[in-house]
Design a protein. Sequence first.
Lengths: 305, 610
Amino acid sequence: MGNYFIRRIFQMVFVIWGVVTVTFLIIRIVPGDPARLMEPPGTPEESIQVIRTRLGTDKPIPQQYVEYLANLTRGDLGKPFRGGTSVTEVIAAKLPNTLKLGLVSIIVATTIGSLLGVIAALRQNSLIDKGVLVFVALALATPNFWLAVMLVLIFAIQLHWLPAIDMAGPESYVLPVTALAIVLLPLIVRTVRQSFTEALTEDFVRAARARGLSERRVIFLHVMKVAAIPLVTLVGIQAGFVLGGSLVVESIFNWPGVGNYTLNAIQARDYPMVQGCVLVIASIFVVVNFLVDMTYAFLDPRIKF
Amino acid sequence: MACHGMPHSFIGQKGGDVNGETDLHARSQCHLWAVLAPEASDLQKEEIKMNEYDVLEILKRKLRDGTLTRREFLQAAGMFGIGTLGAAYLAGCAPAPAATPVPPKPAEPTKPPAPAATAIPVPPTAPALSGSLRFLVAESFWSDWHPYMTTAASLGRIGYNIWDRLILIESDSYSDFKPGLALEWKRLDQLTLEMKLRQGVKFHEGQDFTADDVKASIELASGATPIETLSRTTWVPTTVEIVDKYTVRLKTKTPFAPLLAMLSTTAIIRAGEDGDTLKKRPNGTGPFKLVKDEKDIKTMEGIPNYWLKGQPKLKTMVHEFVQDAQTRLNALLAGQADVIDRVPPEHWATIKANANLVLEMKTRLENVNMWMRQDAKPPFNNYKLRQAFAWCIDREAMVKNLLGGSSVVAKSFIPNLCNYFVEQQPVYTYNPDKALEAVKAAGFASIKDVPVVPISVTTGFLPRSVECVQYIIDNFQKVGFKTTLKTSDVAGMVDDLFSKADPKPGFMFHLSWGNGTGDPHSSLATLFRSPGAWAAPSDTKLDEMIDKGVQTVDPTERAKVYKDLQAYLWEQMPHIPLNNSDVATGYNKKVKGLILLGVGRQLFNNTSVD
């Protein structure tokens, strides 16, 4: 277990380093000089060069890279090119909003998805099962940005039941969480349905029934635990989708999170901001998957590291 | 209250300006209250500042109530320095009670009953600030607060609420200069403008506004100091002589015709604030002060004692950056925003169809052009070829079918609403014969010999830019030109334009250039005065004409200069003017008093929210 833990830590660091490096290079290869964007067109090159020196973008790229990595080891994500005293501060202010949205979305999707999956598994080939599968197919085909816009149109603009933008109060979570959760649902429903169906045919379930345990106890105590293992994996992967999908959803709902901020930073070629946001999102994804893996041992004693 | 014989500027001015004067500062407000209305509460005394009108109203009521004789009325008015006015007021009013007191009746009170507590003669005053307005803007607040260094339109627009100018323009008549922080001005000679400044104005941080501030502001903005600013590119160095605390003389280095226009756009900052301080926070005399500065949200509060009575009306105003146009529209439709910026054409119908919303559009003082980097390199170093391209574009059809709204075809190199605008001839339109003629005149045997022209367009900046350029390319290709199209965001295109590598010859791109003053100088000097990046580098004739336009102070002579200059540019066609864009703003009907200017900004001084 100790070796596995250390091995995973190294893997995580390697993955994060890879993400940081790729982001660092891509943002500098893409056309657009952040220094030039800060001045009106036609500003003399000498003035632009002064700005480049201030931003540090006049240095050779390898030098910029080494300095960036060195600062990272000290926990310094740099200073945004456009406003703000430090990238860390800006992200620290925005990240909790993204995490809240993501967490609520995952919880809602997992809860509803599990419920629908279990119901479909217990009522296989019935009308309910077919209805759930149709719903899953529709949800799978629906782009979340389109869904988000439709939800706003109907519930915020036509009916005035819910706010269209901003993060203000519990009601403001409903539409963005719905937009994110519906995208996560299909895979959860199908995975739970499949694993539940398989688990129901296992010998230990027959044995539990034979011992006289109630059906509810069989399902929720014995079957759920086994069926949950792939679900846990799925939640880990879905965390990545949620974090990535939040960029668009946050933009549509003007949610004050890291996703919305990243989009603006990309347009402005704010290198430190883009790098910092991507680093944080990647790190969260990696850590969540690590925790997911650690959870396996708890769920299935057969699994040993 | 009807009072005959009173000047109209006095009647009905409830607590407002009286003949241009403000509150009775020369007399202690405490003294006024103590004498005239000692029963008033501390809050009333604290918040309400009396002026002559207020004093006379109170005296009049006391006269009517019998607590003051006519003689006492005049004495009191004189005591407060408004004797003549008071006398005229008295003469024009309904007769007062008899000057001689009524003999007392022992069994009855000799005075009329004291007025009820609620009937304290409180002078009328400006209504308290109320309401909050949320304005969603399309451009981020990416720059710092330095008013002479920022080119961020979003921050520039906020700046108009926070800093005052010496001169105001509050309509689309760009020669209609109104007093701002300067009450009056006169030209002493070609180089010198004397200005009398408004007194009693305070900065948001409490300091008095004086001539020192004007000196610091104008000299810094105009480049008369060694400190670099961006604003100096549109000024000539101007020194400021302080005649007295409220009188200044501005002296330009060379005759500078757009001086008043520039004074209408130059913020007045507090003297003694260095560059770092100016960058960090704004301290102005404007109707709003910044109270909360977040990355994408700027919160301002209305100033209760603003020098212009009756303004502002709003208690709070929030400008917030929301990048996505659909998100801005959703917020407006859902009632979560009061005003939204840059409404694209595809959203106009939605706003117009909503009974609670208003879509206001103005033709903007902004030319959208097909720019051609010239650099004295082929093929665009030949003006005949540039004309040939101009003869390929059906601008009327483009404006009518793709843009709509208040966009109009550009008819000169300065926007159609600009001062000194002259409609140019010929009117370039889609004419393949003339295009081919111009190609031959440019020295090409046939149109096939013209090199491929790379064309670039940005997304997400100008409305329907990609559609317009695709239409233009279609026009070019029908005539026989060969083109390629590259689509990128603003950053990408600016990089292509000005990258360190030698820019490609024959590179054409679609972009706009706005005019923030209404003076042609703003459109022409920065773009075409060499050694700028946009003009042919050796066009000395153009330089001379631009300089002449700036230095000719007499309006009639200046009009002649700009007539010739525009005609010359139209012939040379350094780029192809397509259209004047429009500025479309959407807002809720409960927003009143919002003024939209063609220079692309909204005025919130008189805005209220029901």
